[in-house]
Design a protein around this ligand. Sequence first.
Ligand code: GRF
Length: 235
Amino acid sequence: MSRKRTVVLISGRGSNMTALIAAAADPSYPAEIVGVISDRANAAGLGIAQSRGIATKVIQRADHPSKDAYDAAIDAALTGFGADIVALAGYMRILGRGLVEKWQGRMVNIHPALLPAFKGLDTHARALRAGVRIHGCSVHFVTPEMDDGPIIAQAAVPVMVGDNEDTLAARVLKVEHRLYPLALGLVAEGKARMEKGHTVLAHFADDADNATSMVMAPDPLREESDLEQLARITP
Ligand code: GRF
């Protein structure tokens, strides 16, 4: 099996990137992380990638005369890395239509909400304001419209009584780190493909496999709640 060469794009702390690097440390994982690109020279994730022996590149918008020139530099770097797949992980820029269309079906992103709810920024604060009882994260194929591409996999967590933005973000982030390696693995293996604007998922050998692979809902009873609290918030 040839592992899919994957480049991760980051802007900051890089905890999802770290989770992907950790998954890819297993030689049987279908993707290998061959490079990390950041649009910010001070992104903490760059140091983490370097300490894992992964090549890094900083490509800043301010160093390019136009958005098109910036996108072209990203594209050239991806080609330079010999990328098969691009994984956006906390990359805070919107890539141009031309670049996204070129990589469509081979570019994925993780978003900290259960899409199509709460596209954009401040998802946890907005989820709390909306009063949703279930929140989570999504991995999706990237299309030119922000946070709009076909969903590959999602993970849900409960919103607990007394949550604030930070506690909720931390609970979601924990499942992001499990979901992203799972979803990238599906894409790298060809078990999740984008066709005509939709995600096509391979048929799984049995239903149990299918259920655990596609929807992850960490057991709130075991993880961080007690039965009484769950009973109070669950209709
Ligand atoms: C994550 O919550 C991710 O879903 C969002 O940005 C955050 C990045 O965190 N797109 P990190 O850099 O992976 O730690």
